[in-house]
Design a protein around this ligand. Structure first.
Ligand SMILES: [Zn+2]
Length: 458
C-alpha cells in the first residue's frame, strides 16, 4: 500500500532530497517487525546507490533524491518478502510494507555460526550493528567468530532483540593453514597461532576447551584459508585423509562466500557426503561469513534442534556437536524416523528404512525437488510442482498461507545400500534466490545432517 501525503501550509522551495517514512508491519499481529529495508533506484534513467537499514521497530525515515524507487522488506526465509515501487517527489511519501511468517520452524533454532564485526580487522560493522542485522534476518543464535580474537555482543541489546550468542573465535594458524571456529571460547585470544593446524594447535584448543565445538571453516576457500586445499585433500582417491583433524566436530559445508561461486555449494555437499561415507564423521553446518554492512546474515544458515529440556546455549552447542542440525539457503527441510533426528541411529529392516520428510518454503524461495542419499547414491527423489515465485504483500488467510508454504510431508521407504553410513535429505530449486536486490543471487539448497545407519559388526 502506498500513500502520498500532500505537504500542508504555504508552498516552499522543494528541497534537494525528500523525506520519506517507511513502516513494516506483521500481517497477522499488526505489530512492528525487525527487518532489513532496502531501497534501490528504479525505472528509466535510474541512478544512485541502493540504501539499506536494519530496523528493529520496522520504521525508517531516510531522505532520498527525487525519483522512482523499489523498496523491499526482508526478514529471512521463514517470512514472505514484500516489495513495491514508489515515487519520492514533492511531498513526504509514506510507504507501508507487510510481512507474514509462513514457515513454522517448531523447535528448530535459526543460527548463523559465522559472523564478523569490527572486532575483526577486516570488518567495520560494529557489534551492535551486527546484532541488529542478525535480528532483522530472523537469526536467533549466533557465533561471532572474530579473527583471532574473542567475539561477543552487547548483552542487554542481545536479550532485547532475542538473539542468543556464545563467545567465539575464528582461529587462523600461521603459516596459512585454514580457518577454524571454536565456541564457546572464553578467555584470552588464542595464543599458539604459530603452531599451525598440523602441529598441535587443534589438539591444544581441544584440551583447553573440552566442551567447545571445533569447526573446519570454508574448507575449499583459496589463499590458504581452506584447510582441505592446504592439505591437498582428495576424498575420492582417499589421499591425505590422515591429515584430517580428529578434534573437529563440524565442517562448514556451506559458507556465504562459496554461495557466490557457481557450482561450489554442490561440490562441497558432495565432498562432505563422501567424507562421511568413508567414516570421517564431521557434522555439517552453514554460516554466512558476513563482514560488511550491505551483506545480509543467515545465507546460508544452520537450523539447530536442542534436546528437549536442554534449550539453553550449552544445549544448542551440544546439539551441533551431535549432528542435530540442518543447513539451508532458504527451504526448511526436516528428516526423521519417528522421534529420531539427524545424528541418531535409525532402524533398518532387512535393507529397508522408512523415514519422514517435511519441506517448507516461503513463496519467494524456489524448491523443485527433494532427494534422499546414502552410500554415495541417490535413493529416492521427488519433483515438486512449479509455483510462481512471489515477493509482495501477503494475501488471504494465515492458515492458508502456511499450508501453501508446506511443499511436502510424508513417509518414504528406501532400500539402503550395504555399508552405507548415513541417510541424508537434500532439497534444491532451479531459480537462484535473492534476485530482489536485498540479497545477492545464490542457489536454493537445503540438506540435513545424516540419520545414522546401523553398521554391521566388523
Ligand atoms: Zn574464515
Amino acid at each position: 500500500m502506498l500513500l502520498v501525503l500532500p505537504v500542508s501550509g504555504a508552498p516552499r522551495r522543494p528541497p534537494g532530497t525528500v523525506p520519506i517514512s517507511v513502516r513494516v508491519l506483521d500481517e497477522d499481529s499488526g505489530g512492528p517487525l525487525p527487518v532489513r529495508i532496502h531501497i534501490a533506484p528504479a525505472g528509466a534513467g535510474r541512478k544512485g546507490r541502493p540504501l539499506s537499514e536494519d530496523t528493529i521497530d520496522g520504521r525508517w525515515s531516510p531522505r532520498l533524491p527525487r525519483g522512482r524507487y523499489l523498496i523491499t522488506a526482508h526478514r529471512g526465509p521463514e517470512y514472505t518478502m514484500d516489495r513495491l515501487e514508489f515515487t519520492a517527489d514533492i511531498g513526504a511519501p509514506s510507504v507501508e510494507l507487510r510481512l507474514r511468517r509462513v514457515v513454522d520452524p517448531g523447535p528448530w533454532v535459526a543460527a548463523d555460526l559465522h559472523v564478523h564485526s569490527s572486532r575483526s580487522f577486516d570488518s567495520r560493522v560494529t557489534p551492535e550493528q551486527r546484532l541488529r542485522s542478525l535480528a532483522a534476518a530472523g537469526i536467533r543464535f549466533a557465533a561471532p567468530v572474530e579473527h583471532n580474537t574473542t567475539g561477543g555482543f552487547p548483552r542487554e541489546s542481545a536479550a532485547q532483540l532475542g538473539v542468543s550468542w556464545v563467545p567465539a573465535v575464528e582461529v587462523t594458524p600461521a603459516p596459512a593453514m585454514g580457518h577454524f571456529s571454536v565456541f564457546p571460547y572464553e578467555g584470552d585470544p588464542p595464543l599458539s597461532m604459530a603452531q599451525g593446524a598440523d602441529r598441535g594447535l587443534l589438539a591444544l584448543l581441544r584440551r583447553r576447551n573440552p566442551d567447545a565445538l571445533i569447526q573446519i571453516n570454508h574448507p575449499r576457500l583459496s589463499g590458504g584459508m581452506g584447510f582441505f586445499n592446504v592439505i591437498r585433500l582428495d576424498v575420492r582417491r582417499g589421499k591425505n585423509m590422515e591429515l584430517l583433524p580428529t578434534q573437529a566436530d563440524t565442517i562448514e559445508v556451506l559458507n556465504g562466500i562459496d554461495l557466490q561461486r557457481a557450482g561450489q555449494a554442490e561440490r562441497l555437499l558432495t565432498e562432505w557426503m563422501e567424507l562421511f561415507e568413508r567414516g570421517h564423521r564431521y557434522w555439517a553446518t552453514g554460516g554466512s561469513d558476513v563482514h560488511h554492512a550491505e551483506q545480509v546474515p543467515g545465507y546460508p544458515r544452520t537450523y539447530v534442534r536442542a534436546q528437549e529440556g536442554e534449550e539453553g546455549l550449552a544445549g544448542l552447542t551440544r546439539a551441533l556437536r551431535r549432528g542435530r542440525a540442518l543447513v539451508t539457503t532458504g527451504p526448511l527441510l526436516e528428516l526423521r524416523q519417528g522421534d529420531r533426528w539427524p545424528g541418531d541411529t535409525i532402524e533398518v529392516e532387512g535393507d529397508r528404512a522408512t523415514v519422514q520428510l517435511r519441506l517448507q518454503a516461503a513463496p519467494w524461495v524456489d524448491v523443485r525437488r527433494i532427494e534422499l542419499w546414502a552410500g554415495g547414491k541417490r535413493l529416492w527423489s521427488k519433483e515438486l510442482a512449479a509455483r510462481p515465485l512471489v515477493a509482495g504483500p501477503p494475501g488471504g488467510e494465515k492458515e492458508q498461507a502456511r499450508r501453501e508454504a508446506q511443499l511436502f510431508e510424508g513417509s518414504v521407504t528406501v532400500e539402503v545400500p550395504t555399508g552405507a553410513r548415513g541417510l541424508i535429505a537434500v532439497a534444491r530449486g532451479d531459480a537462484p534466490l535473492g534476485r530482489t536486490g536485498v540479497l545477492r543471487p545464490f542457489p536454493s539448497l537445503a540438506f540435513t545432517n545424516p540419520l545414522l545407519l546401523p553398521q554391521p559388526p566388523r
